[in-house]
Design a protein around this ligand. Structure first.
Ligand code: GLV
Length: 438
């Protein structure tokens, strides 16, 4: 829909490669010649041995010199540690330098490393990647592999101008992020944080029908899902289990086939007597979604003015927050700048809405003087440390179909080792394919 559709959202990327593709792809969990096993590398040759039992007391040892590969050693700088995937890249013969501290390296250091002639740069959402970096890597830097699905830290126009492909780690964090958003919604609605504090602080003296406070159920309520890309759709699937009615809004792309399927599930559940009231799901306009919803969950990418026909920067501001019900809750696991935090703090202070739970912020980490830290709103404002995808397998599995680390490393390998016949437009994890279309 419209020119503002970010290509990676309009056309969800495949997670499964075809058999044909697979033949052409060298994989992180295999050696560089495409075999799983112990490999030794010498002057571009991979030596691979296979031992197999051929009888009760006999083994056969085959030693293959598979093929000449990678005459060149690829040099890579990673701005953060991505776990075991780093070791696997090293085993392939990559020369890898990893920034040793948990915080982001200064941009000047990234520029310096890129200038030194690296082939690949592993980044994450906190590293600014723009013309200065691409200029430093001119003629040498071949790929930026981002360990995150969001890539608002990478200047796409600059990457395209310098013809540097960048990859991201979509899909593998979809469920983890969606379930975290769902948990945040429940935590907020039932005031679990306050309830636990009260218990810990020894203020729980009796069981009582309505004290210390009552809250509202999530089950059967109406949720507005703002952004129906991968994570928004996964979030809706979780809401179905809680009999929630769903108002969908997406500024760029509407997935009516998905909505139809969910409605069919609701119809069936009702017809079979699993629920008393039939649930519903539909696309509506933004303002209608905000006016009707009991919960609003945000799943749009951050797109600033000029980056898209449908920018999302400060989509939630004083005007739009004031449209929400006074009993409604807002959950954001997308990107911080989608919400004007000063406006949200005001809305919470003045009870325009009942509460908010945030995992992402306009500035990260959340500054000490953020208005969101106002003690007057603590009971209705939950603050998480950009944590939604922080599940073990999701973050660190070296399997590109399961983990961000594996997918990040595989994106790097695809470009550096010319997988898919070197055709960047066919590489599943490359974002800016438009720069390479013939
Ligand atoms: C996390 O926010 C991500 O973009 O992966």
């Amino acid at each position: 829909m419209g020119s503002g559709v970010p290509p990676e959202r309009a056309q969800p990327q495949r997670t499964q490669r075809t058999a044909e593709d697979a033949k052409k792809v060298t994989n992180l969990n295999q050696d560089a010649a495409g075999e799983t096993g112990r490999s030794a590398r010498g002057r571009g040759l991979v030596v691979f041995s296979r031992v197999r039992a051929v009888g009760a007391d006999r083994v056969e040892i085959n030693i293959y010199v598979l093929r000449k590969i990678m005459n060149k050693t690829f040099r890579v700088f990673a701005t953060c540690d991505i776990g075991e995937a780093i070791d696997l890249l090293r085993k392939r013969g990559y020369e890898l330098e990893v920034y040793p501290h948990p915080e982001a390296p200064p941009k000047s250091l990234i520029v310096e490393k890129v200038k030194s002639g690296i082939d690949g740069l592993i980044t994450t959402l906190r590293d600014p990647v723009d013309a200065e970096i691409f200029e430093a890597g001119k003629g040498r830097l071949k790929v930026v592999a981002q360990i995150a699905v969001g890539f608002d830290n990478i200047n796409r126009a600059d990457a395209n101008r310098y013809k540097i492909p960048f990859t991201h780690t979509a899909d593998v964090l979809t469920e983890a992020t969606a379930e975290f958003a769902f948990f945040m919604m429940g935590t907020l609605a039932r005031k679990m944080w306050t309830a636990e504090h009260l218990t810990r602080e020894n203020q729980w003296g009796y069981w009582h029908p309505y004290l210390p406070f009552l809250r509202d159920e999530v089950t059967g309520k109406t949720v507005a899902v703002i952004g129906t890309g991968r994570i928004g759709l996964a979030f809706i699937k979780k809401c179905v289990g809680f009999d929630m009615n769903v108002l969908c809004y997406d500024p760029a792309y509407e997935n009516h086939a998905f909505v139809k399927t969910i409605q069919e599930i609701y119809d069936l559940r009702h017809a079979r007597g699993l629920v008393r009231e039939e649930g519903w799901i539909k696309y509506v306009g933004f303002e209608e979604a905000l006016r009707q919803a009991d919960f609003v969950s945000v799943h749009v990418p951050l797109l600033r003015e000029g980056e898209s026909a449908t920018p999302t920067y400060h989509l939630f501001n004083e005007k739009t927050l004031s449209l929400m019900k006074a009993t409604a809750y807002l959950v954001n696991t997308s990107r911080g700048p989608v919400i004007d935090e000063a406006a949200l703090a005001l809305a919470l202070r003045e009870n325009w809405i009942a509460g908010a739970a945030l995992d992402v912020y306009e500035k990260e980490p959340l500054p000490a003087d953020s208005p969101l830290r106002d003690p007057a709103i603590t009971d209705r404002c939950r603050l998480m440390p950009h944590f939604a995808s922080a599940a073990r397998i999701t973050r660190l599995s070296t399997d590109p179909d399961k983990g961000m680390a594996g997918r990040c490393a595989q994106g790097l390998i695809d470009v550096l080792e010319s997988n898919y016949g070197g055709d960047v437009t066919k590489m599943p994890y490359v974002v800016n394919k438009e720069a390479f279309a013939k």
